[in-house]
Design a protein around this ligand. Structure first.
Ligand SMILES: *Cc1c(COP(=O)(O)O)cnc(C)c1O
Length: 360
């Protein structure tokens, strides 16, 4: 194995090494067909099998009920901000949003193009340092759905209890899908860009309950209608073949190591190690309030911006990459998604000890 650094990048992010080597091989010659994976027709039986397997694994690992469709779409998670509203909200109708960060705010902006938006909660005034519990907001009775972002990638907060509501629950799970066990039947629609926890950029997974498909009264462009893709098994047009294939490899890897239950334990152990170190002294300060802390993106500051710059630079020289925080929080962000190894967190914690000693 060549020299690999610990990559704390928020996305695209670390993937399992065995997935990368398999993909590298298949890109040249897929299953001895003499054709490279990215040269195969998306309608060939070989590629149809790739898509079918990826979907089957996703259904198995997440326990997706039979009355939900799984779609593999393009346009990134950001396209879903508009697509959700276009498909679930007709003019004059209302949807409720929880504003817990930049990604929620972007989704609110898009939804306003299609209907009334009730922002029932916002943590913007404290720079999104927390997420609410269900008794901290009220959903308008006429609301069509309640939209939230399960993990706020930039700020490092995460819902540890999902909203309790009788409304259709819509969730942007881009940065924590498959990181913990959950009951899909509580949701009407879940979407996630693959590039944080599931694969490369280029595919967005949408899990949608059957009754929500085709109910819009809007005049929808064909490609923006969930029904188009649901009716054709995500093969209405050329799907993002390579990205779907790599997602399939990642899911196989996840199944092999013990599935979502096992990865949840590992994710908890990684995050605990890092948060314990942050809390050990006052040199490092977590951005998120403790009850809202994310298991995926750990955000923290140092005493001064100069120390933060020096921390990031020295960390990089020690093979700890991608730790610089998002400009809206500053400081550091360690993204420790499913494929990120425990040893990488140990290495970071050791470096934090050393850096503090040298700079107190
Ligand atoms: C990264 C991210 C997005 C944006 O994803 P794109 O695929 O780049 O559009 C949306 N929501 C969340 C929670 C994210 O982490």
């Amino acid at each position: 194995m060549p020299e690999r650094v610990f990559n704390f990048s928020p996305g695209p992010a670390t993937l399992p090494y065995e997935v990368l080597t398999q993909a590298a091989k298949d890109i040249v010659n897929f299953q001895d067909t003499g054709i490279g994976l990215i040269e195969l027709s998306h309608r060939s039986k070989e590629f149809m099998a790739v898509t079918d397997e990826a979907e089957a694994l996703l259904r198995e690992l997440m326990g997706i009920p039979a009355n939900y469709k799984v779609l593999f779409l393009q346009g990134g998670a950001s396209t879903q901000f508009a697509m959700v509203a276009m498909n679930l909200l007709s003019p004059g109708q209302t949807a409720t949003y929880l504003n817990t960060g930049v990604w929620a705010k972007n989704a609110i902006k898009e939804a306003k193009l299609f209907g009334n938006v009730q922002v029932a909660y916002s943590s913007e005034s404290t720079n999104y340092d927390r997420v609410p519990s269900s008794d901290e907001y009220e959903v308008a009775p006429e609301s069509e759905y309640l939209y939230f972002v399960s993990n706020n990638t930039i700020f490092g907060t995460q819902f540890h209890e999902f909203p309790v509501t009788d409304k259709t629950l819509v969730c942007d799970m881009s940065s924590d899908i498959m990181s913990r066990q959950l009951d899909v039947s509580r949701f009407g629609l879940i979407f996630a860009g693959a590039q944080k926890n599931m694969g490369p950029a280029g595919v967005t997974v949408v899990i949608i309950r059957d009754d929500l498909i085709g109910k819009s009264k809007n005049f929808l462009p064909t490609m923006f209608n969930y029904k188009t893709h649901a009716d054709k098994g995500s093969m209405f047009n050329t799907p993002p073949c390579f990205a779907i294939y790599v997602v399939g490899l990642v899911l196989k890897w996840l199944k092999k190591i013990g599935g979502v239950a096992e990865i949840e334990q590992r994710n908890r152990a990684k995050a605990a190690l890092l948060y314990n170190r942050i809390d050990a002294t006052d040199f490092y300060r977590g951005h998120a309030q403790p009850a809202s802390r994310s298991l995926m993106n750990v955000t923290f500051n140092l005493p001064t911006p100069e120390l933060e710059a020096s921390f990031a630079k020295q960390a990089t020289s020690k093979g700890l990459n991608g730790l610089k925080g998002h400009r809206s929080v500053g400081g550091m962000r360690a993204s420790i998604y499913n494929a990120f190894p425990y040893e990488g967190v140990e290495a970071l914690v050791a470096f934090m000890d050393e850096f503090e000693k040298g700079n107190r």
